[in-house]
Design a protein around this ligand. Structure first.
Ligand code: ATP
Length: 421
């Protein structure tokens, strides 16, 4: 088998997309008599500064010999938007089974999902493993390309995306996709297919807004269901389609961490107790501070997370949480959180058992009394409070979901789930 990793072929301004380059390579391989076992769409660390959009790297698994494949990879890299100096394509060609890459390469792949990697490490590792390396520009794409080669051996949880591409002459123009047909198909196949439409806003999240060649991408747990939804969508002509196996929707970027020991540019799952009333700041971003012992962690739900912010605003001092998200400048950007325990009462001035009126203070440290009835109480009492939030997991809506974040509807979470759709 031959495993090809590809990355960094696109440009925010000039379009292209590495999934398209991989689909094109797959076509070239088939035209050359090879079989394509699978196309892998690997989402790497979303905190990477140089990403164009979703930090995707691609792998193609094929039975075509490595030397013949390498020639096709070279042609494919010509598709890259290298007129943009920020596009630095890289490809790695490995002559081995996808699950038999050296352990260091698999480790590199998982680290590339969870941390920042450097070019020198990627280059040395690829060369030591005896993999062919092709690059343009500064070759930064080799980081993602090597990670894509190692991903199959490193990751267990995989989902699917069925991507439909536009005719090249339409690239950059408005997309013609019938929103009602998208909504209908999404409804029929939910929850096997998820994040197709954001129900509350009606926004078809499967249709990108960028100048890239993608018309729509349908994500889910079952490739047949993803294809069925794609087939049911009415739109402008589809130039080509491809099914990708992907780590989207898996939370593989998250590691367990503790408040006080979180590094920037990585994403964590961490426990803490709310120590300040959530605060809405300029721009509509909602902040909440957690603590674990003496250590503190600021968390934020950004404005685009929309109604998720109401869940954060509903939190109170003393609530115990598990929060998930990427840490930047010491602040955790919330993707989802679990309410582990809720404060159910608050201290209140006692009421008189005879007349029912609120008692008044009897003086410093002397409790409360009712002047009319001469009843008294030693101190404040605990009054039950209504909480507009329950125990369990809450998540951002599909419109604000990171590619790699696992939608609650996929299941496997500890505790009750309150999925957004
Ligand atoms: P596309 O959707 O077309 O793939 P993108 O959003 O994935 O675009 P790229 O243009 O591929 O962004 O740019 C990401 C760059 O960051 C690539 O050069 C890739 O090799 C590099 N990269 C990916 N993961 C890491 C990482 N963990 N550490 C350092 N660099 C990384």
């Amino acid at each position: 088998m031959t495993v090809v990793g590809l990355d960094d072929t696109d440009s925010r301004e000039m379009g292209m997309c590495t999934t398209y380059a991989a689909a094109e390579l797959a076509t070239k391989i088939r035209d050359s008599g090879g079989r394509v076992e699978r196309l892998l769409l690997v989402r790497l660390n979303p905190a990477v500064e140089h990403k164009t959009r979703g930090n995707a790297a691609l792998a193609v698994h094929t039975d075509l010999a490595a030397d013949r494949t390498t020639a096709l990879v070279r042609e494919t890299l010509d598709l890259a938007a290298t007129d943009d100096p920020k596009t630095n394509p890289g490809a790695v060609v490995a002559d081995c089974e996808p699950d038999c890459v050296p352990p260091q390469v698999a480790e590199f792949a998982l680290d590339a999902v969870r941390e920042i990697q450097d070019r020198t490490t990627a280059t040395l590792l690829a060369d030591t493993a005896g993999f062919a390396r092709l690059q343009r520009g500064n070759g930064r794409g080799c980081i993602g390309a090597l990670a894509a080669v190692g991903a199959w051996a490193a990751i267990d949880d995989w989902t699917y995306e069925q991507i439909a591409y536009r005719e090249p002459e339409r690239w950059g123009g408005d997309r013609d996709v019938d929103a009602e047909s998208v909504r209908r198909a999404a409804e029929n196949y939910y929850p096997a297919v998820w994040d197709t439409v954001d129900n509350a806003s009606g926004y078809p999240v499967c249709v990108p807004r960028t100048p890239c060649p993608i018309l729509y991408g349908i994500r889910g747990d079952d490739p047949e269901d993803c294809r069925a939804v794609a087939d049911a969508i009415e739109s402008e002509p589809v130039d080509r389609r491809a099914t990708f196996v992907t780590n989207q929707g898996t939370d593989v970027h998250l590691r367990d961490g503790t408040v006080g020991s979180l590094a920037d540019d990585s994403a964590y799952r961490v426990d803490g107790t709310v120590i300040a009333t959530p605060e809405t700041r300029e721009g509509g971003h909602v902040f909440v501070t957690l603590a674990d012992g003496d250590a503190r962690l600021d968390c934020v739900a950004f404005e685009p997370t929309k109604r998720f912010r109401d869940r954060v605003r509903a939190l109170r001092v003393g609530d115990e949480l598990t929060v998930c998200g990427e840490v930047t400048d010491g602040t955790l950007k919330l993707e989802k959180f679990a309410v582990r325990s809720l404060v159910r009462t608050e201290p209140a001035t006692p009421t008189c058992p005879d007349c029912g009126r609120t008692m008044s203070s009897a003086g410093r440290d002397q409790g409360y009394r009712c002047r009319d009835c001469s009843t008294s109480a030693d101190g404040k009492v605990e009054r039950p409070i209504e909480r507009p939030i329950e125990l369990g997991w809450y998540e951002v809506p599909p419109v604000a979901r990171r590619h790699i974040a696992k939608p609650l509807v996929r299941g496997g979470f500890d505790g009750a789930m309150h999925p957004e759709r």
